[in-house]
Write a protein that binds this ligand. Structure first.
Ligand code: CTP
Ligand code: C5P
Length: 340
C-alpha cells in the first residue's frame, strides 16, 4: 500500500423526471458513502417502455442532475435493470438507491443483480416529496373552485397566521405539502461557506418555484459574473401576490432546499424582501444584482423592485437562453394528461 486510498465511485440511477430535492437528498447521501457520485439516467425510450413517457426530455433531465452539487458525472442510457457490467464500465464500486422497491414493467426488482452481487447500498428516501405528489399539486391549480371570487386573496390575508406550520396549514400554497422541513435538512444541504475576502458577491431574487432548467441556465450565467452567489427567495404570500392562482406550488422551505442543492448557489436568503433595498445590498456586500429576461412585476403596480441596484449601476439582465417557466411545466403536465 503506497498510502493513497483508492477512490470510491458510487453509482446511482433512475428516471430523474421532474427533479426535486428528494432526488438531490438521495444523491447527497450517496456522496457521503464514497468519493465520487456517477448518475446513470434512463433514456426517454427506456422510461416509456417501463412506465410511460417522461414529462422532461432526456436532455433536460441530464442537465438538471448535472446541476446538483453532489453529482460528479452523468451517464445517459443507463439500463432499467442495473447490471454489473454498467457498474464495471463506469468503474463504480457499488450502486445506491432509496429504500423503495422499483420494478420493471414485468415486475422484476430493478436492483436484483447488484443486490445478489453485494454491490448495493440503500439510503433513506425523502418522505413527503415525489413527482406524483408535485403533479397532484399542479393539477389542483386547474380546479376552478380554487380561483373563484376573491378566495385566494381572502386566504392570503389569513396566510400570515399559518406561516411556520406550513405542512398542516390549509393555505393554498402550503396546505398540500407533506414534507416536514427541519433545520437539520437545511444544514445538510448548505455548504456552510462564507465569501472569501475579495470575492465578488452576486445576488438574484425570485420564486424559483418547481426549480427547473430555465432557473439552472440563469443561475449558471449569474454565477459566471461573480465568485459567490446569493439567491433571495420570496415568501409564499409574496410569490402568490405576483403569480396569482395557487402559486407557488412548492412552499418556501421546499424552494430553499431545491435552490441550495444547485451547484451554482452559495447561499440562500429565506424570505427575501420583494424590493432589493439599500440595507440588503449593504448587509451582504453585494456587488452585482441579476435578473433574467422574464418580466419584472412592479410592487403595488408601480415600484420597480430593482430601482436601488439600478441607481447604483450594479444591475445586470441575464439572457438565460431558455424559455422554460413554472407555468410551462404545469401546461406540460396538463397536456400530457399523465396518469400517475
Ligand atoms: N428518491 C428519494 N426520495 C424521493 C424520491 C426519489 O430518495 N422522495 C430517490 C429514489 O429512491 C432513487 C432516486 O431518487 O434512488 C432516483 O430515482 P427516480 O427513479 O428518478 O425516482 P422515483 O422513485 O421515480 O421518484 P419520484 O416518484 O419522485 O419521481
Ligand atoms: O420566475 P422566477 O422568479 O422563478 O425566476 C427567477 C429568476 O430566473 C429570474 O431572474 C428570471 O428572470 C430567471 N429565469 C430565466 N430564464 C427562465 C426562467 C427564469 O432567466 N427560463
Amino acid at each position: 500500500c503506497n498510502g493513497t486510498k483508492k477512490e470510491v465511485r458510487v453509482w446511482c440511477d433512475g428516471c430523474y423526471d421532474m427533479v426535486h430535492f428528494g432526488h438531490a437528498n438521495s444523491l447527497r447521501q450517496a456522496k457521503a458513502l464514497g468519493d465520487k457520485v456517477i448518475v446513470g439516467i434512463h433514456t426517454d425510450e427506456e422510461i416509456t417502455k417501463h412506465k410511460g413517457p417522461p414529462v422532461f426530455t432526456e436532455e433536460e433531465r441530464v442537465k438538471m442532475v448535472k446541476g446538483i452539487k453532489w453529482v460528479d458525472e452523468v451517464v445517459l442510457g443507463a439500463p432499467y435493470v442495473t447490471s454489473l457490467e454498467v457498474l464495471d464500465q463506469n468503474n463504480c464500486d457499488f450502486c445506491v438507491h432509496g429504500d423503495d422497491i422499483t420494478m420493471t414493467a414485468e415486475g422484476v426488482d430493478t436492483y436484483h443483480l447488484v443486490k445478489s452481487a453485494n454491490r448495493y447500498k440503500e439510503v433513506k428516501r425523502t418522505a413527503g416529496v415525489s413527482t406524483t405528489d408535485l403533479v397532484g399539486r399542479m393539477l389542483l391549480l386547474t380546479r376552478n373552485h380554487f380561483r373563484q371570487g376573491s378566495a385566494e386573496y381572502d386566504i392570503e390575508k389569513e396566510g400570515s397566521s399559518n406561516m411556520g406550520q406550513d405542512s398542516a396549514a390549509k393555505s393554498p400554497w402550503t396546505g398540500c405539502s407533506q414534507f416536514l422541513p427541519t433545520t437539520q435538512k437545511i444544514i445538510q444541504f448548505s455548504d456552510g461557506k462564507s465569501p472569501q475576502p475579495g470575492d465578488k458577491i452576486g445576488y438574484a431574487a425570485g420564486a424559483f418555484d418547481l426549480f427547473h432548467v430555465g432557473h439552472l441556465d440563469f443561475l449558471e450565467k449569474a454565477r459566471k459574473l461573480c465568485d459567490y452567489l446569493i439567491v433571495g427567495l420570496h415568501t409564499d404570500p409574496v410569490v402568490n401576490s405576483y403569480k396569482g392562482s395557487n402559486y407557488p406550488i412548492m412552499n418556501l422551505h421546499e424552494r430553499v432546499l431545491s435552490v441550495l442543492a444547485c451547484k451554482f448557489v452559495n447561499e440562500v436568503v429565506i424570505g427575501a424582501p420583494y424590493c432589493v433595498t439599500e440595507e440588503l445590498l449593504d448587509h451582504f456586500k453585494i456587488d452585482i444584482v441579476c435578473h433574467g429576461s422574464t418580466p419584472i412585476a412592479l410592487e403595488d403596480g408601480k415600484i420597480d423592485p430593482y430601482s436601488v441596484p439600478k441607481m447604483r449601476t450594479i444591475f445586470e439582465t441575464i439572457i438565460s437562453g431558455n424559455d422554460m417557466t413554472t407555468e410551462r411545466i404545469v401546461e406540460r403536465i396538463i397536456s400530457h394528461r399523465l396518469e400517475y
